[in-house]
Design a protein around this ligand. Sequence first.
Ligand code: PEP
Ligand code: MG
Length: 767
Amino acid sequence: MGKYVVWFKDLQKDSIAIAGGKGSNLGEMTQLSLPVPNGFAVTAQTYKEFIEQTGLKNQIEQLLLGLDEEDTTNLQKTSEQIQKIIIETPVPEDMAEEIVDNYELLGMKKRDASNLVQPEEVFVAVRSSATAEDLPSASFAGQQATFLNIKGKEHIVDAVRACWASLFTARAIYYRQKNKFEHSKVYLSAIVQRMVNSEKSGIMFTINPATNNADELVIEAIYGLGEMIVGGEVNPNTYLIDKKTKELKKIEVKKQDYGLFRNEKGENVKRDIAKSNQEKQNLNDKQIQELFRLGKKLEEHYGRPQDIEWAIENGEVFLVQTRPVTTFKPKVAGERLGITEEAGKILLKGDTASAGVYSGPVKVVNAISELNKVLKGDVLVTVMTTPDMVPAMQRAGAIVTDEGGLTCHAAIVAREMGTPCIVGTEHATQVLKDGEMVTVHASKGIVYEGKIEVKMPVKVVSSAQTKAEIITATKIKIIMDIPEMGQKAAETGADGVGLVRLEIMIAAGGIHPAEYIRNGKEKDYVNLLKDGIKKIATAFAHKPVWVRCSDMRTDEYRGLQGGNLEPKETDPMIGWHGIRRLLDEPKILKAEFQAVKELHDEGLKNVGVMIPFVIRTEEVQKAKDIMREVGLEPCRQVDFGIMVETPAACWIIEELCKEGVSFVSFGTNDLTQMTLGIDRNNERLNSRFDEMHPAVLGELAKVIKVCKKYNVITSICGQAGSRPEMADFLVHQGIDSISANADAVYDIRKVVAQTERKLLKDGGRKR
Ligand code: PEP
Ligand code: MG
């Protein structure tokens, strides 16, 4: 240990006052004999001495005196002045010497011909690790600079001093003033660490971040430097390991054709991956086992799930960083840290359509033709998403719209994808600019400027809890539209799928259903649907999967091939869609039934069908006739249901039951719209759009009561099924099944179990 530096081996987790959070954490891992690239901390006290000895301390204090942090121009100017004087002040000689000497020690490995140790200059990263005198636990993570690929003793001291200067970026000054930290009591330790020249690298989560399953560990791996994963530029291979049995449960190999590698000069350059390796599993068994061992050790040591960054050099595994898992969507584009939420500048507010937090660069899409500019990890900003934007939405890290309500398609698809989404901001496309970095705090409906650090509670739910543990009389199902999500949806333990919207599969196919028919390509349409539905029906083998016939509003699918021929309507919401349109274009309906028939023939008898937007019994009769034409007997051979989403259907429910249906499913999105006369997509009316309105509840109660008389199964597949208060109400009425969004299945199951228990105690539910 020197006067100015302390090596990792002499640091541990309570060394924050010396080496800040980052430095002490690296020390802790080194002490555990974990493979951390070696390095040392230029201590916080060294920084203090530097500014005191050189007289900088007083100068800085003078410059900061009376600074109004909200005066952005002045804040920026002061920040630049302070950083300039720090960078221009020579580091006292003994200090500089000690830093250089220790840097040279990092390279003491190579022996020359006479077997003498020769210092070899190595590449290092110089990182900032700040600490507060009075409050060592305060987090300044990510506010200060990091310098990568530094090599040579002439550069090392400059890099350390540049880290010190970064204590006075405008962002850091702003944060301290807002949080009432005295500038003079915040110090900075510069961490000098040998850089791993990554052949492979990645991230490891000691819980499954996609499902919250604490019994699984997930490794994401790519060739080359990890920046490409964090930036979302390449898709990593994913390895899923059962923590108890150590069994490798799943490997998902993704093609990687190029990676980022360090060249001789220390520049990061893109290089092609050998053709033979591009589509091969990129970690061998030994590496997977080694990572697993290290991940378990870290989790056990810290007593909480960890989010770990790792790298492999010459076949050897290194740990570069570990931190507690704080959110289940820990990936954000670029650097993963930022100023805290409290200090963030609010750019926009809207409604939470899909919860979560994400930081990334904005891409404003004003026309369908601009969709290609949305890259993986971008924040998609648009007036209102339409289903033909789905592929771009899947690439987006978050979605922000001007218009739309909670039941608009952007909201529905985003929820299913687990992508944070804010709708109804009114001005997002005006306020946000292409390339601008923002943080979408969808859980709060706020868009912040820049990258913001948001503390999210960790909600660990074991798979046992999500599945068998809670048994309810009411079936808890899931709503899903994206076939690729089938497996993940099934893992929620849902008792089936209460609604599969075909529109999303159709949009992914790129062709309007009417266009297939116009071109005599019914067969292609049948195959498209079959492929999609099959994925879901297989994932939910033996559990009912109710597919809804297409329900395409004429304004939403103009981007599809043939979509330009759709009629222009004054109000497409109450226009030519649902069963009324399908009966006008019976070949579309027939093709959809044909897809179901073929799946049944292949043994997937769990697939049922429902027809949307019913207002008359004749519609049901005619649809059944068309179903018979493809060789399926409705109700007897296949579950045949109707959506109850118009007041008309509620009024004539008795006739509909007499006509004969296997089940009804409440489409409360439309039913509320129709009953209250409130456009579900109008952001100005979001607060008034309430499925718990007594008029809607009255309709639901009546329909359930009548259906019971006729032994018709009742269900809900509108967004309201994910509302606990609605679930409670419906269980009281005696509903048979409730369908919720993937992220709500568990919570709704809990609510239903509670209500059922209570009803049992109070004398039973309605039968
Ligand atoms: C509904 O109206 O509640 C429903 C589920 O259908 P969609 O949201 O597709 O109109
Ligand atoms: Mg509807």
